[in-house]
Design a protein around this ligand. Structure first.
Ligand SMILES: *[C@@H]1O[C@H](CO)[C@@H](O)[C@H](O)[C@H]1NC(C)=O
Ligand SMILES: *[C@@H]1O[C@H](CO)[C@@H](O)[C@H](O)[C@H]1NC(C)=O
Length: 232
């Protein structure tokens, strides 16, 4: 089994090298239906999350930085004010106005007097930061099928698989007014898909090597630019 797993990628690599152009042509029709792999994960945590209505998620007592993780030990932090800025011209907003390509995310948290763990799969859009009370709101749509999830092999995909066998593990309907304690939002993303966003920015790059050209970070708190990342 181990040998097979090792050999198959080698074989594929050989094919790609030998007939890159043919393969590219053959794959073009499939590209519209195939989804990118989740190779980048952002995590934003808060003290409380409320679905203020069926399509709005409000995070209160939000942590000052969002965390991100890539494969291996690649990790870093980004000030929440930078990460969750959904206005035109902000770091993660593309030219057509979409924040982080309107990603799929999994919200984990605890509900009710018995702090029952619960989760939702959401499509996130248009984050808004309120500096006065340090809240972040998102426009959300609950996803209940894998076809609605934007990436493969991400947290959302795993949670959907787990939900098939565990009753109650995943909430499929948003009840307005629902409150979650200690929520964490896991946002699945694809590095390659972020390039069109990154290329319009002066300080952000998700290419090979995970280069960072802009500081900030420690001690800046809410409202500071930049971020820090580690790993090769
Ligand atoms: C969000 O980004 C815009 C555009 O770069 C900027 O003008 C605004 O100050 C940012 N908002 C926050 C809360 O940092
Ligand atoms: C919380 O747990 C207690 C003890 O198991 C139980 O009696 C109660 O009904 C639970 N409350 C809710 C809202 O599930």
């Amino acid at each position: 089994m181990k040998t097979m797993r090792f050999l198959v990628p080698l074989f594929l690599a050989a094919c790609v090298t030998a007939g890159a152009r043919d393969l590219q042509q053959a794959q073009t029709p499939a590209a519209s239906t195939s989804k990118p792999i989740a190779d980048l994960l952002f995590v934003l945590s808060a003290g409380k999350a409320t679905f203020t209505d069926a399509n709005t998620l409000k995070l209160e007592d939000v942590t000052q930085t969002a965390q991100f993780y890539g494969s291996g030990a690649r990790a870093g932090i980004i000030p929440t004010s930078v990460f969750a800025n959904g206005t035109a011209g902000a770091s993660y907003v593309s030219a057509d106005g979409e924040w982080l390509n309107n990603p799929s995310a999994t919200l984990f948290g605890f509900v009710g007097e018995n702090k029952t763990q619960t989760s939702y799969i959401l499509t996130l859009a248009s984050p808004k930061i309120n500096d006065d009370d340090e809240t972040v709101t998102f426009s959300v749509v609950a996803s209940t099928t894998s076809s609605a999830v934007k990436t493969t092999k991400g947290v959302a995909n795993e949670v959907l698989t787990q939900a098939e066998t565990q009753q109650g593990y995943l909430q499929t309907v948003i009840q307005p007014g629902t409150e979650l304690r200690d929520p964490s939002l896991f946002v699945d993303a694809n590095r390659e898909d972020m390039k069109p966003i990154a290329q319009t920015k002066t300080f952000w790059w998700w290419g090979p090597g995970w280069g960072w050209g802009h500081g900030g970070g420690w001690g800046c708190g809410w409202g500071c630019g930049g971020g820090w990342g580690w790993g090769k």
